[in-house]
Structure formats: C-alpha cells, structure tokens
Design a protein around this ligand. Structure first.
Ligand SMILES: [Mg+2]
Length: 207
C-alpha cells in the first residue's frame, strides 16, 4: 500500500505566503487556491522575485525555516508500518527538502528551479504538475493500492487517480468534486481514514 500525501496545507503551512509576508512581495502570497493555472502562478511569482532582486538563497532562508504542523511527523510515523509513505507536491526541492527531513525523511516528489548566474530564479522544471496522475498510475501498475490525501484544487488528479481519496481541510470545490470521499479536519481523523483504507485493501486482496 502506498500513502501519497500533499505537503502544504496538510503536513505543513503554505510556504509562498510566508515568503510574501517576509519580503513584502504580494505576488508571492498568491497560492493555487487563488490561481488554478500553476505555470501562470509560478511565472508571476518568479517575475516578482526578479523585480525585487530576491535570490533563491534569500528565499531559502525563510522556506528552510518552515516547520511541519504539530503532529505531522507522528502521523507519518504511524502510517509507515502500514505502507510506503510519499509526498507528492507542487513545491520545489530547493524549498522543501529540509521540511521532508523534519517529517522523518519521507520521500518527496517535487519540482526544481532554474537559476541564472546571479542566483535569481529564471524558470522552473515541472516534475510534478500534471504528473501526479502518472505517478499514482505507475504505483498501481506495479501492484500497489494507493490512498491519497490533499486539500486543494492542485490535488485533483492525485485524488481522482488513487484508490482511496481523503480530503484534508478541503476547499469547497474539492468536496463538490469528490462527494463520496471522507473529509478529515485533523491528522488523528486522517489516520483513521488511512487505517480504514488499509483494511479495505486487505479485505479485497484477502490479506
Ligand atoms: Mg496543499
């Protein structure tokens, strides 16, 4: 069994709003909850960073200080005996690798930045956007059942392609789109749903 989790809004706070607040750049604070087109959103953020002269290293000083939500590390610890835990996120490795380490060294699938000689971000390589469904399909082809959890519109393909979708403090459109999916508002409840997914998978495969 594979547990595929979203990062921001589920296991840790959103990183970009923290950057927006610190650097006083309002474009950073927009999230996928505001702009559904991720490439457009990233283009806006990168242009704003270049205008403000903010380098990746400066952004990392803030993003590397982001702490998981209380209980997130324990949530993953309790999931691990039941299967493989992976985080599939629209974040960037350059921002979130330390966070993944703080969560207990969980596997992170994320995007990468392209930099210019001055250390300013000039673009990005999308490993994840539009690929969540493919990653989940790959797990399923390899014979794994997949339970997934996300909170926002950018998790739609992840949730739609998995076997057991769980919505975590979701935006309303996600509830409308997945009317049958359980909704968790805390990680204790989320763990119960994951245990239920594991039990259902055991029943269907005869243990
Ligand atoms: Mg999220």
């Amino acid at each position: 069994m594979i547990f595929a989790l979203d990062l921001e809004g589920v296991l840790a706070p959103e990183i970009w709003p923290a950057l927006g607040q610190h650097f006083g750049v309002p474009e950073f604070s927009l999230t996928t909850r505001d702009v559904a087109d991720f490439s457009e959103l990233m283009g806006t953020r990168i242009a704003a960073a270049r205008r403000a002269g903010v380098t990746l290293r400066q952004l990392q000083e803030i993003s590397h200080a982001v702490q998981p939500y209380l209980g997130a590390r324990e949530f993953i610890e309790r999931l691990r005996p039941m299967g493989n835990v992976v985080i599939i996120s629209d974040t960037f490795h350059e921002f979130s690798d330390p966070l993944a380490a703080r969560l207990g060294g969980v596997n992170l699938f994320a995007n990468r930045f392209d930099l210019d000689e001055a250390g300013l971000i000039r673009g990005f390589t999308l490993r994840i956007r539009g690929q969540k469904e493919r990653i989940v399909s790959g797990f399923k082809v390899a014979g794994y059942a997949v339970a997934a959890m996300g909170d926002s519109m950018n998790d739609r393909s992840l949730l739609a392609s998995c076997d057991f979708p769980v919505l975590y403090r979701p935006v309303q459109v996600l509830i409308d789109e997945f009317p049958g999916a359980p909704v968790a508002h805390d990680l204790d409840t989320a763990l119960e749903y994951m245990q239920r997914a594991r039990a259902q998978r055991d029943e269907s495969t005869g243990g």
